[in-house]
Design a protein around this ligand. Structure first.
Ligand SMILES: C[S@@+](CC[C@H](N)C(=O)[O-])C[C@H]1O[C@@H](n2cnc3c(N)ncnc32)[C@H](O)[C@@H]1O
Length: 231
């Protein structure tokens, strides 16, 4: 198990310029790389990128695909959290989704949305029951002090994609108790491709404090190998 680095580098910066440039452009076996423009309309569109623009919850954009929604549904059911913290609010559809699911499951749960720019949040005032919005910047962890003393069990989701491992260490040191969850959405496959050595080293630094929950860490592409439980 590695030594904890003084300060984790922000792996979110390593999308294509990683410390370990193992990425090569994919070779397309079943179609030409250069598609003729006079057949533009017939071009296949099944390469598998997630079309997030399609997903919404009660009219608000929700950047979680159906597999991920199903996985969170099951996690809410199992964990019965009293607090869900999500870093990254954007339209706020995800906060409303978590609040509505918690209500359907009769959970006594508050949903806390954190963003450095809440200006894009579109949750109407009439829909704010059970939801708290707070401004904070993942790059400045002193702004996270407001998050201490939240009720447990706690589900903490990083969907802001900034300074993730220092945020993770802050939550492990200051917030999470045994059984609580820390989720890294979306990013692990990128880091595994672009900076695999740092990724392994940084995850290894949490070997004594977190484990990966193999039920949810295999449940959807967005959660791929990114669901951790406080030991
Ligand atoms: C992917 S969106 C969140 C989507 C939302 N969680 C959902 O599922 O619908 C990312 C958000 O992170 C916020 N963000 C980016 N950098 C941040 C930082 N350093 N601190 C806090 N929030 C940040 C952006 O303002 C943006 O609203």
């Amino acid at each position: 198990m590695g030594e904890t680095p003084q300060e984790f580098l922000d792996l979110n910066d390593f999308r294509g310029v990683g410390e370990d440039p193992v990425w090569h452009p994919p070779v397309l076996a079943d179609r030409p790389r250069d598609w003729p423009l006079d057949q533009w309309a017939e071009a296949p569109r099944d390469l598998g990128y997630p079309d997030f623009a399609r997903y919404q919850w009660r009219g608000l954009r929700l950047l979680k695909d159906p597999d991920t929604q199903a996985a969170y549904h099951d996690l809410l059911c199992e964990l019965r959290p009293r607090t869900v913290v999500e870093l990254g609010v954007f339209s706020g559809g995800s906060l409303m989704w978590f609040r509505d699911m918690a209500r359907l499951m009769d959970l006594d749960c508050r949903v806390v949305g954190i963003d450095r720019d809440l200006g894009r949040c579109r949750i109407p005032e009439s829909e704010m029951a059970g939801i708290t919005l707070s401004e904070a910047d993942c790059a400045d962890l002193t702004t996270f002090e407001q998050l201490r003393d939240l009720p447990h069990p706690l589900l903490f989701i990083d969907d802001a994609h900034a300074n993730t491992f220092n945020v993770m260490r802050w939550t492990v040191d200051n917030l999470l108790v045994a059984g609580d969850y820390f989720v890294i959405e979306d990013m692990i496959p990128y880091w595994h491709r672009y900076c695999p050595n740092l990724l392994e080293e940084y995850l290894g630094a949490f070997g004594k404090t977190l484990s990966m929950d193999m039920v949810y860490a295999n449940a959807s592409a967005q959660l791929d190998r990114g669901v951790f439980r406080r030991r």
